[in-house]
Every structure is written in C-alpha cells, then in structure tokens.
Design a protein around this ligand. Structure first.
Ligand SMILES: [Zn+2]
Ligand SMILES: [Zn+2]
Length: 611
C-alpha cells in the first residue's frame, strides 16, 4: 500500500466504527483502498442513503478528533475464531451474533499466515494492515457514494451496501479533489455523449453494447483513419475477421473454457441441440459437454488473436516475410458484471485497435519500439503529453512462466529499451507479466489530472506454441515466431470516451462531427448561405446550415452549446462581397474573409490535424 492508500484504508476503519456507533448491528465484510479512495462493505437492515452521510461523517469526525492510536495484535487462529463467534470482529465489543463475514474471511486465510487484529478506540477489526499511527493523521475526508455489491462479487452471496469515501492528509487536498470532481462531472462522457448525440446505449439492444450514432461515428472513423495511416506507414497490413468462431479455436488458444466466466456463453449448433434434447440432456450436461469439447459450438470472440494466427498460418512463411504485422479494428465481446458497466469505458462489446506481429527473436526489439512510436505520435496529436508506462516483468524465481529464460531476458530487455526511448517515466513491475510474456501498459493523465489505463503491448511465447506456428529460417529449418499483441489505445470505445472527457466535448476541427455551421442572419441570404455551405462541402468539410427562424444570437448560442468549432455568419453585406464572417470557438469574432481564404484555412487545419 502507498502512504495515501494506508491513510485511506485507515479511514475505512473509522467509517466502520462510526457506523457501529449509529447502527450496532452492522456486519462488515471487506474495506480496502481503491483508486478513488476507499470503501467498506456493510450488511445492515437500514438502507444507507446519502442523507445519512452527514450523520456518519460527524461521528467519524469525533473519532478523528479523539486521535485514537491503531494497535496491532497478532493472535492465533483459534483466538480470532473465538472473537469472531462472539461477534467481536469489526465490532465495538461483544455482540449476540457472530461476525459472519469476518469469520468467512478468517477461514480463507491460508494456513501458516499471520493473523492480526487492529484496534482503534473500542473498535477491533481483523486486518492485515498497515494503518496510520492514529486516527488524527486523517487530515480530511468525505463520504462520496453508496452502492450495492454482492459479497465477494458473487451474485449467489448476500447483497451488501458499499460505502465509498475519500481521504487526504490535508484539507487543501480534499478541496482540490472536490474541484477536480466537479470538473469531471461537467466532462462526464456519459452526460456529454447524450447531449452531443455521440453514442447511445439502449436497453432493447443490451447493456454495455454501444450504438455509435452518426456524430460519434464520425469521431471514431476519423480516429481510425488517423491510426490506420500511421499503421500503413509502419508496414502493417489490414485484415478483417468474423465476430464469432468455433469453440475449438478458442480451446486451442486457451481462451475457452478458462475465461468462460468473462465471456458470453457459447452458441450451440442446431443439430447438437436437437440431438442433446433427444438424449434428455440437461442444461448442466450441455455446459459440461461444451467445456469438455464433447459438444461443438461457437463463441463470440473474446480476442482477435486466434483469427490473426490463422491468417498467419494460412500460407507458408519464410524468414524473409517476417515481420508479418496484421492489424484490425477488431470487435470483441466480454461478459462484464452489470454493476461494472460504465458508459463507453466499461462495456460488453468493444473494438480494439488490435494488431498481432509475428516476428523473429531478433526483430522483437525494433517492433516493440515501433508500437511505442505509434503511441507517442497519437498522444502528441491530442496533446496528451503526460503519460507513463508500466513494464510488467516476470517474478524472479517463479516457475509459472512458459518459454525459455533466455527468451524472456531478451524480451524484457527489449521492452525496457523501448520504454526508455519514450522519454516518459516508466516503472518496472516484477510479477506483473502475463505467464506467456512480458508487457508494457500505458497510463495517460488527462487535462484534469485523472489517470486512464489504456492498452498494452505484450510479448507472447505461448500462442505460437499452442498453434504450432513456424516459419522457414535462413538455415532452411522450421523456427517458431514470437508474437506481439498490441492494442495501445485499448478500444475505440474507451479511447473515444477518454477523448470526450479530455476535450470536454469540444473536439479539434479534424475530429468534430460538424466542423463548421453557416448561420444566415435572415431568410434573404438563405441562398447565399447554401452556396457557402456547398463550397465548404466540396472541399470535404463537414458543414451544417442553421435554417431556423431564430435570431442570430440564438443561432450562435446553439452552435456554441453544440461545440461547433467554426460559425460562419452571412448577411447582406457578406453576400454582396462574397465574403463570410468567421466566429471561431477559440478566438471568437474574427471578422470578414473571402470564402476561398476561409476554405483554404479550414482545409489546412483539418489535414494537419491542428488542435
Ligand atoms: Zn485495516
Ligand atoms: Zn492478441
């Protein structure tokens, strides 16, 4: 835990103590720190609502003012069980009922592991720690939300109330955080996405499935064009693959059944269903047979890799053909819990900016470097200069990894070298590699200081084995290629969600769904307005005309609300002189210009992707 996490987790203890003072029957489960603060899961007949927060916070304030020291006590399992049965874990003292969740947590602590209790004031909790020295070190805090959560995230377990809070060492930090949250609320892509008609989620289609409406589709298409241009420059080849594939394919890759819980269930072939029905097969039998490979079916693809692998393997490859770089904006499907879904950033169907590189070991370094160059270029294009990378390396001494140690050394060194050249901070995280290879993750900080985990570049020694891939080397013998998976921006959904918030919906001209809007001051100049729009359209500009009867002021306001980068005001004077009055979102009124010069200017801004 970081220092801040320790402070926040300590505040969770304070929260529990305060709740117990108000509702002595409360039962607590887990209370860890999270990215945005901390929470504690509580089982309580009273439904806690934000109206209760002031009351709970007042109690917490008293506990902090009392500056209760946190005392650590190591106890035997038997002693801890005894306390749990007496209801004394996560409690203020003895109670008539056992501390049922704590008892369960206790039972899941591995044999031989130390069991520690922490006490502050009258409150004792089963906890591994660490905590701050005393409650007084919590300088500022606030309760932020309450949600429901199943115990251990399992729907068959009881539903608990998850109370979220935030804490800092100093009040100024909390004030700054509140400001940031207010800004984040204004920029929320779910809110802006609706207002600006960028995307839609419809119950009838399904939760977590994004409908890209025309305006959002423009943003995505422009973004894909931009990334594709860069990929072509780097020698990638575009491919397309279907959304479903046979279960057998994903059995070979290992995606099924190992990750079955995070996937949509398989689709079963009609004949198989008939046959099994005749045999009187139950649903449980069916699931079992699918898993065992005794019944065939299809899977909505959770990953694009196996299909790209089949394209690679579709013809003999020589070392002269490598690297083979196959790119696809490939749509994949994952089963996220409904409580985890969030706008465009946590969804069930998404399109990865995916690519797979099949390379020789010697080519690995340069290819990883290429992936990072692309990331750098794209981030620069959006003025996201504040990002960092995490290197996931293998855990020293562990034997859970596939592949040769020398290959790993080489791959890790290649990742390290590539990360170094980025000129941004990077951290090495031993133990964070996948079992099949090291990886590089990207974390970008947006304009209001929030971090977004984007995509990854990942070296893979395993899939080439599982699919028995090879190429013919210079020695005329078969060799195993190394695979690199890379989806640096994660998915189009997530990236566009981030961009909406980053730009607060005010996209740069090249991305804006409507790049310019012609505003005729009266009906008399309606024809001229259409003429101007036609000129712009001819130049490839996405242009609209406000033909409403509204006053000019109202038209300008609407265009501003809709975040159109350029407003082109035309009246009698402009019509006569073949000019347009330009109002830009950035500079305001820019005066009258000949049509041609404005067309040239906006064309340049678009092609150069000016911010
Ligand atoms: Zn604790
Ligand atoms: Zn992949």
């Amino acid at each position: 835990m970081t220092e801040l996490e320790t402070l926040r987790h300590s505040c969770a203890h304070v929260l529990a103590e305060a709740i117990l003072r108000l509702w002595p029957e409360a039962q607590f489960a887990a209370g860890p720190p999270v990215e945005q603060g901390f929470y504690y899961d509580v089982d309580l007949p009273h439904r806690i609502s934000p109206e209760d927060f002031a009351k709970i916070e007042a109690e917490m304030q008293k506990i902090i003012a009392a500056d209760q020291p946190f005392e650590r006590n190591v106890v035997s399992r038997a002693a801890a069980m005894e306390l749990g049965r007496a209801g004394q874990l996560a409690a203020l003292g003895e109670r008539g009922v056992p501390s049922r969740y704590k008892l369960d947590i206790l039972e899941n602590i591995a044999e031989g592991e130390e069991i520690s209790l922490y006490r502050n004031g009258a409150f004792t909790d089963l906890c591994a720690g660490p905590h701050v020295a005393s409650t007084g070190q919590i300088g500022a805090f606030a309760l932020t939300a309450v949600a429901s959560a199943y115990y251990k995230g399992d729907e068959s377990n009881p539903q608990l109330q998850r109370i979220y809070g935030i804490a800092f060492a100093a009040p100024e930090e909390l004030a700054k955080w509140r400001e940031m949250m207010e800004e984040a609320r204004k920029r929320d892509h779910r809110k802006l996405g609706k207002e600006l008609q960028l995307f839609h989620v419809d119950e009838a289609v399904g939760a977590g499935l994004i409908l890209w409406t025309p305006k959002g589709a423009v943003v995505r298409q422009e973004l894909q064009n931009f990334i594709s241009e860069e990929l072509r420059r780097q020698g990638y080849e575009q491919v397309f693959t279907p959304h479903i594939g046979r279960l057998e394919l994903f059995r070979t890759s290992g995606h099924y059944p190992y990750y079955a819980d995070s996937q949509y269930p398989p689709l079963v072939e009609r004949e198989t269903l008939h046959r099994l029905a005749e045999e009187g097969c139950t649903c449980a039998d069916l699931a079992h047979r699918l898993e065992k490979g005794e019944a065939e079916g299809y899977l909505l693809k959770p990953m694009n890799c196996p299909m790209h692998i089949k394209i690679f393997a579709s013809q003999p490859r020589s070392y002269r053909d490598l690297p083979v770089r196959l790119a696809e904006f490939g749509t994949v499907y994952r089963w996220e819990q409904s409580g985890e879904l969030n706008g465009m950033t946590r969804v069930r169907g998404f399109t990865q900016d995916d690519a797979h590189l099949f390379v020789t070991e010697d080519q690995m370094g340069a290819e990883i470097q290429g992936c990072l160059d692309l990331v750098k270029k794209v981030f620069r294009a959006f003025d996201m200069q504040d990002y960092r990378v995490r290197l996931g390396l293998r855990e020293p001494g562990s034997d859970k990894y596939v592949g040769q140690a020398e290959d790993w050394d080489r791959a890790e060194e290649a990742c390290r070298q590539a990360a170094r050249t980025l000129g941004v901070p990077y951290s090495e995280e031993p133990g964070e590699a996948a079992f099949y290879g090291p990886k590089i993750d990207f974390v970008v900080r947006d304009v209001i200081g929030r971090e977004w985990q984007l995509g990854t570049v990942q070296v893979d020694f395993q899939l080439p084995e599982r699919f028995d891939l090879h190429y013919t080397g210079a020695d005329n013998k078969p060799h195993r290629p190394v695979m690199i998976h890379r989806a640096p921006f994660g998915s189009m959904e997530r990236f566009v969600g981030l961009l909406i918030e980053h730009f607060a919906g005010a996209f740069p001209v090249w991305l804006a769904p409507e790049q310019a809007r012609v505003l005729p001051v009266s009906e008399k100049v309606a024809d001229y307005a259409q003429e101007v729009a036609a000129e712009l359209r001819k130049a490839g500009v996405r242009v609209g005309v406000d033909t409403s009867q509204d006053k000019l002021g109202a038209k300008i306001r609407l265009a501003q609300v809709e975040k159109v980068p350029y407003m082109i005001v035309v009246g009698g004077k402009e019509a006569e002189s073949r000019q347009v009055s330009v109002r830009s979102r950035k500079a305001g009124d820019e005066g009258a210009h000949p049509i041609e010069s404005f067309v040239e200017r906006i064309k340049t801004e678009i092609s150069e992707r000016v911010l």
